[in-house]
Every structure is written in C-alpha cells, then in structure tokens.
Write a protein that binds this ligand. Sequence first.
Ligand code: NCD
Length: 363
Amino acid sequence: MIDISLDDFIALPVADKLPFIKDYAILYAQQFQRSQLDEYCKLADAARKIHKNPDGATMMEGLLTHRAALNFFAQPSSRTFLSFNTAQTFLGMKRMSVRDVKISSISKGESLMDSVRTFISYVDMVVMRHADEHAGAIAFWTSMKAHRRLNINGIERPIPIISGGSGTKQHPTQALLDIYTLEKSLETVGGIDKKKIMLVGDLKRGRTVRSLSYLMKNYKDVELYFAAPEEYQMEEDILEFLDNHKIPHQKVGHMADAIDEVDAIYMTRIQDEWDEGAKKDGHVKVNENFIFKEEYLKKMKAHCCLMHPLPKRDEIEESVDYVNDPRVVYWRQERNGMWMRVAIIAKIFNVDKMILAATDSWS
Ligand code: NCD
C-alpha cells in the first residue's frame, strides 16, 4: 500500500517520489542507474539475437502467455504503440488497447483513477500515454491503492504502469531505446562515455530530449549541446539537474557550427500541438539554422550518428533518408525501440534471465 494522499504524492519532487515507485513502475528517466541501463542493452541484444532463430522466437513466445497487457494511448502514437504491441507479442502476452478516449468511459466523465482501477482489474500491465504530465503518477498511486497484486518470483507487486510519454515532460522508455541506439552506434569508440551530444529542435516541449538529458547522469564526461531557437530552448529544470550532476552544456545558435565537434546529433520536431490554436494554421515552420541538411553529412565525424525519435517533418532534409550512410540511424533507432521494450517487459516479469541464458543456444 501507499501511505500518502494522491495530492501529496503528486506534489512531491520526482526525487522524493522514487522511493515509493521503486521498480514497480517506469515513469521517470531519473529512476535509472548505469548498471540497469547496461543490463537493458544487453537484454535487448539477447532478445534480438534469439528471435532471429525460429526455435528461439518460439521459446520467447512461451514466456508470458499467462500475462495480459493494456496499451492505453490517450494521445497520438505510431511507434511507441506498435513497438510495445510487437514486444508484447514476441513475449506471448495477451494484448488490449484503449486509444480513442471518445469511445471509452473517460468521455462520460470517469476520473483517470477510476479508469486505471478498471484497467488493472483486467490486465497485468498498463502502458500509457497521456497529455497530463501527472497521469503516470496518478495511475501508479491508484495501482498502489488497489488490492490486486501480482506475485512475481515470490514478491508481491502492484500492477506495473509504464509511461509511453507524459505531457511535455517525460518519455522514459524512449530515452532507454535512445541509450541503446547511442551505445550501439558508438560501440567502436567506447560507447557514450566522454561523448558530445547535440540535441536539436524543440527542447522546451520535447519529452524525448528531456528524458535523455536526465539519463546522461549515468555516463562519464558527457557534454550536451542544445541547438534551438531561444523560444524552444531547454527548460531551467533540466539545466539545473545537469549543473547538479556536473554535466557541461552549452547553447548553439546554428547547428552547422557544432556538427564537426559532436559524436551524436539528436533531431526533434517542433511540438506545435501544444501551441494555442494548434492545427488551425498548419504546422510551424522550422528555423533554417536547425534543419539538418544533406551537406552536413560531409562535416560529421566518421562515427557520429544522426538520430530522431520520429515522427519527423521538415527538420531533416528528405534526401537524407535515402543516402546510403550508416551514420543515419533513426530508422534503426525505431526498430531498436521494439527490442528495448522486450527487455523492459522481460525484466518486469522476471523472465530476463531466461532470455539471457538462451542466447548461446540460438546464435
Ligand atoms: C515522440 C513523442 O511522442 O514524444 N515520439 C515517439 O514516441 N517516438 C516524439 C514526437 O512526437 O515528436
């Protein structure tokens, strides 16, 4: 149980929420330590390897046949929704989804607490995306208060809640797959430690870049470059977090100026769905200084990777999609998300060891 009111729980700073959350839910990037990140990457690699073999894929599909998942997406999603669905299928879970709140009881005025309480009486895991930055905390609190518990490896735990993106603030599983992509792309040059990473675009409302910035506390001597127009620059709370963790960061006024210095470039879309009157006047045009041009590939370091959480619009020149350059990794990053989500689910339900143990049998 949880001995704190919902309002008091929501009011706590994230650091003070973490002792309640433990590993019962995935809501904040700050939850993760380096050893866990390394473990997730290893597990994602193992799942990917095993699945290449038909017998390996069949073994994985037998792991969680007794478990059911609900994917509750109250905001648009393609990749996060599909990759969680695919990951659940790979592990043999039963799946359900609520995507259109207009045809759920939420449209009848049901509270989020009541909706979550209903969901967790039918399933063993809820993945949720919501416009409210506190939705994950509300769902977690509700899950703690509800009676239903899962017994996993002899430990009683509440129904796990996994954030698939909350408001403009957090997208922790995206940050995990971004770490996996960075580690793989920078494998030949020692991984993420000591690297310079440039984040470009809407850093103010981009939950992906915010969550990724938090995870940098786990790596040695990383430097961050924030390339964005002033109105979309990184928020003060992230800068303060980076300062507290002694992670150097600098603003960049034109992304071209830093291209040859950095080891990874992470592009993002202008999150104009948060603008007042959004959609009526079409999408916001990106400032030229923050568009990745094909010619920049010539200036990039030989090992530098070009990432994007997707969906993208015009912040990357279209021709970049079709150049045959292994440093353009965003389509691979998308697929990495599926393996990382297999790892996340496997860890929660304690079948990670079975996946790791099976890697030698199916190489
Ligand atoms: C991102 C999101 O939803 O925050 N998409 C994703 O999950 N890959 C990025 C975005 O929408 O721009």
